[in-house]
Design a protein around this ligand. Structure first.
Ligand SMILES: [Zn+2]
Length: 323
C-alpha cells in the first residue's frame, strides 16, 4: 500500500520540481531584465554609451560627485582633453579653468607644459596675477616673480653672520637663526673637503631691494632692471632664508659655476637644508638666469625631497605645498 502511494506521488513531485525550476528561470530572467533596465538608467551606462571607459569614469569620479558626473552624459562624446589633463601627474583640479583657457590660447603647447606653467602661474606675465606669500609656512614659504612679501615683512629671528664666513663689515650680513645654524654645519663639512665657503649676500629688507632695483631702473630702464634684479617684495633675500654663497678662492659670478665649491654645493647643500634655487636651463620656470651662487634654506626634509624630485622649488611648491 505504501509502495503504491509512493509510485503515484512520484510524477506529481517531478511536476512540482519542473514548475519551480521554470519559475526560478523566468524569475531570474525577469530580475536580470529589470537590473539591465535599471543599469541603463545609470550615469555610468550613459557615459559608456558616449565613449567613456570604466577607467575614464573612475578618473572623473576622483574630481566629480555622482551628481556632477551627470552633466557629462549630456555631451555627444567623451571629453578627451579633460581626461588627458587629469591623467597628468601634476594635474590640480582647482586650475582646470586656467588650463583650458591657457591651452586655448596656446594650442601647440604640450599638455604637460600647460599644466606645469599654469601651476606656477606662468599663464600670467611676471609681476602680474601676483599672490601674497604665505609667511606662516616659515621655511617653506615661496617668493618669486608672482609671490611677494609686503614692505612690512621682516623675520624676527635674524642673526649676524660672522665675518669668518662672510665678506663685508660685521653686522652687514644677517640671516635667520635656523638657516645660520644649518649654514655653519655646511661650512664645516665643505671645509673638511678643502672648500672654504663665504657669504656674499644674505638678508635684504624691502627698502634695500627697492634701492638696488631702482638704481638699475633709473639708469638702464625697467626691462633691464627686471632682468638683473627682483622688484621690491619679490626678492627671496627678504625671507632671510636666501644666501649668495661663493668660496674664498672664487667670488666671481661668471666663473663660480666652474669651481669645486659650486660642484660641492650642488651635490651636498640639500643635506644641510639648502637648495640651488635657480638651476641651469630652467630660467623659463624660475624666472631667473642660472645662479650658481644663490641658495635657499627650506629645511633638511624638504630640501631632500626637492633635490630628489628633480623639480624646481616653484613647481614643488605648487604641487606639494600649496596644492
Ligand atoms: Zn641671491
Amino acid at each position: 500500500m505504501a509502495k503504491r502511494t509512493k509510485l503515484r506521488l512520484k510524477p506529481d513531485i517531478f511536476l512540482y520540481i519542473a514548475v519551480i525550476i521554470v519559475i526560478i528561470i523566468l524569475g531570474n530572467k525577469g530580475i536580470n531584465a529589470y537590473k539591465t533596465h535599471q543599469y541603463h538608467k545609470t550615469t555610468e551606462y550613459k557615459l559608456i554609451t558616449i565613449g567613456y571607459t570604466k577607467k575614464d569614469i573612475k578618473l572623473l569620479s576622483k574630481y566629480y560627485s555622482e551628481k556632477e558626473l551627470t552633466k557629462f552624459t549630456k555631451d555627444k562624446k567623451k571629453n578627451k582633453l579633460l581626461l588627458s589633463l587629469m591623467e597628468n601627474k601634476y594635474y590640480l583640479h582647482k586650475n582646470l579653468d586656467s588650463y583650458l583657457e591657457y591651452q586655448d590660447l596656446n594650442p601647440n603647447k604640450k599638455l604637460e607644459d600647460v599644466i606645469k606653467e599654469v601651476n606656477i602661474r606662468h599663464n600670467y606675465a611676471y609681476y602680474e596675477g601676483t599672490v601674497k606669500t604665505d609667511t606662516t609656512l616659515n621655511n617653506e614659504m615661496l617668493v618669486n616673480k608672482y609671490y611677494y612679501l609686503t614692505e612690512e615683512y621682516e623675520p624676527d629671528d635674524l642673526v649676524t653672520i660672522s665675518t669668518k664666513y662672510s665678506w663685508g663689515t660685521l653686522g652687514s650680513k644677517k640671516i635667520r637663526q635656523e638657516a645660520y645654524d644649518a649654514y655653519l654645519k655646511m661650512h664645516e663639512a665643505a671645509n673638511q673637503e678643502g672648500i672654504y665657503l663665504m657669504v656674499n649676500s644674505a638678508y635684504r629688507n624691502y627698502k634695500d631691494q627697492e634701492r638696488v632695483y631702482n638704481t638699475y631702473k633709473n639708469n638702464q630702464g625697467e626691462a633691464y632692471a627686471d632682468k638683473i634684479a627682483a622688484r621690491p617684495g619679490f626678492s627671496e633675500h627678504q625671507t632671510g632664508l636666501a644666501l649668495d654663497i661663493f668660496s674664498l678662492k672664487s667670488s666671481t659670478q661668471s666663473t663660480f659655476k666652474d669651481t669645486d665649491a659650486y660642484k660641492w654645493l650642488k651635490d651636498n647643500s640639500y643635506k644641510y637644508g639648502f637648495i640651488l634655487r635657480y638651476p641651469e636651463g630652467l630660467e623659463s620656470i624660475t624666472g631667473y638666469n642660472f645662479e650658481s651662487w644663490h641658495y635657499r634654506y627650506v629645511g633638511v626634509d624638504l630640501a631632500k625631497k626637492i633635490y630628489e624630485s628633480g623639480l624646481t622649488f616653484d613647481e614643488y611648491y605648487a604641487y606639494y605645498i600649496e596644492k
